[in-house]
Write a protein that binds this ligand. Structure first.
Ligand code: COA
Length: 154
């Protein structure tokens, strides 16, 4: 598998991929212009995307990460996530945050890379989405806030 990852402009980030991770087009369009986007390409085509926005000094939030459904579970998402984590570490970031559901495989996907829960936003998905978000037959209600704290390398 020949995979390359590069930063792309928000305008080049495929909306169809972004909507896989966040079904609210209104929310995606609101944060996308202020985001840094990283694209995974195979044979020139974008097969994965990740969008990150700045928070307070040194902190950033991963708003979206998605891989083309036909290419999932082949390691592309992990390659993209670790690329983003390493990019921010190299640039001297202190913290990378992400919000995700309280169950389901994306939670383990982040925890495997060292993200840890620091907050629960109760009823987040009920307050912020018109449509119910259902996974494994269970409706998502609460959002877990996770963070990866970068340690200085001694
Ligand atoms: C989350 C996502 C980006 C992971 O990308 P990916 O290319 O499938 O990731 P990887 O192949 O590196 O898989 C990492 C692990 O995730 C888990 N995983 C990925 N897709 C899964 C699925 N459909 N069902 C169950 N587990 C899955 C597996 O545990 C996998 O590890 P394994 O292959 O060793 O078992 C991708 O599945 C996706 O786009 N999902 C829809 C959008 C989304 O939910 N984004 C996250 C929002 S919080």
């Amino acid at each position: 598998m020949s995979l390359s990852i590069q930063e792309v402009t928000p305008a080049d980030a495929p909306l169809a991929l972004l909507l896989l991770a966040d079904p609210s087009e209104r929310k995606v369009r609101a944060y996308l212009p202020g985001a840094r986007c990283f694209a995974a390409r195979m044979d020139g085509a974008i097969v994965g995307i990740c969008a990150v926005v700045p928070l307070a000094q040194g902190s950033h939030e991963l708003m979206n990460i998605a891989v083309d459904p036909a290419r999932q579970q082949r390691g592309i998402g992990t390659r993209l996530l670790t690329h983003v984590i390493d990019t921010y570490r190299r640039e001297g970031a202190q913290r990378l945050e992400v919000g995700t559901g309280t169950f389901g495989y994306p939670l383990a996907f982040y925890q495997r890379q060292g993200f840890r829960v620091f907050q629960v936003d109760r009823d987040f998905f009920l307050r912020n989405y018109d449509e119910a978000i259902v996974e494994d037959g269970i409706q998502h209600r609460d959002m877990l806030r996770l963070a990866l704290d970068y340690r200085p390398a001694y």
